[in-house]
Structure formats: structure tokens, C-alpha cells
Design a protein around this ligand. Sequence first.
Ligand code: ZN
Length: 224
Amino acid sequence: MLEVIHYQNEATEKPLEASISKYYDQVRELLPELPKTVKIYFGDYGIIPESGIGGYAYSHDIITLSIDPDFQDKKKQLKDIRPTIFHEALHQYQNYTGEGGPFSAIDNAIYEGMATVFEQEYCGVWQPYGDYRETSEASLKQWLKNLQQLSLEDFQDTYSEWKFYHPKLKERWIVYKVGTWITDQVLEKQKLSLIDLSTKTAADVLKLYVQQGSNLTNNAAPHL
Ligand SMILES: [Zn+2]
């Protein structure tokens, strides 16, 4: 169920309410501990140019949703609402929200990665922000190191570079790509589903990832 607490462009947003409510109920079937009713604050920021939509898990029961009223491809925009609701609802389920933060760079990466894989598993979309298939493993490993070395303070000062566009590295969505790559590796090697990971913290998932890495190293070069 849904309760709108703010409209930005009511004429655009009101007709979407029934769909949003339905999608939220669907994700709540997978994650039953979510609150029965989600509060939607329609805003106008964080809009992804590719989809005309922006989402943000503001608190455990408020999602900020931004719908560009001038976005040309309405069909695509409509189609992307469902994965956006799934993504934000997983953030809420994992307490990765505005009110739950701040979170370190690496925690950001892993929570964003889990939400992005959740979209893939349940909505069948490879979002551009999580799509690391064209990125070399060397870059992903280097960025992972970069994110791990950022202090919380440094990350807060530069988060939009790491999350959205890094002007020096000339790369978009580094946080999302690294997190999606790590999540995929953990799921594959541990033979888990995203629902299995949903109850884990970012630190738990990183631990699994590191353990896998050290196992591989041990196999390659056994201790003498
Ligand atoms: Zn997110």
C-alpha cells in the first residue's frame, strides 16, 4: 500500500500511484518485514538521464521518487518504475537509508550492488549503473581498493564523484559497478540467491568476498 506525502507534479504522478502501490506489495511479498504502507515523497532530484526516474530510500518507510515530466520515452520510464521500487525497498529492508547513515564508501558499494542485482533477479533488467560487463577486472579491483581506502569524511566530500561521475577517472557509477561485481561473485561462489543475502550487512558480504579470494589464493599457492 502507498501513501503520498508530497507531490512534485501531481498531474504526472497521480496516475502512477496504483502501479507503485502494486509493485511495493509485490516486493513486500518477498521481504515481508517491510512496513505495510510505504510513504512516497515525489521530488525532482537524482533523476537518471537514461530512465527519467530517480529513487532514494529516505527512511525505513519513506521513498523519494522523482519522475521527470518531460522525459520523452514514456514507455521506458513506466517500465523502470517497478525495478526502482524493488531497489529502494531492499535498501529500506537493509536499513541502508538516509536516516540510517552515513555509510562508508565500501558499504555504499555493496548495498547498491545488492539492490542492483535484486532488480536484475526480480525485474530482469541490467541497469546501466550496475553494468560492469564492459569494465576490465583490473579497473574494478583498483576501484575497490580506492573505495576501501576512502575515509568516511573523504567519501562524504566526494561521494557524488564515486557514485555518479568521476571527472578524473572519466567514469560513471563506480560505486554501483564495484558493488554489483562483488555481489555477483559472492552469489555465484556461495551458491546463494539475493534473498539469502538480504539479511546480511555489507560487512558480512565483504567478508564472504574476501574469504573467497583467500581461498582462491590458497588453492593457487598452497602453504608449504
Ligand atoms: Zn540505491
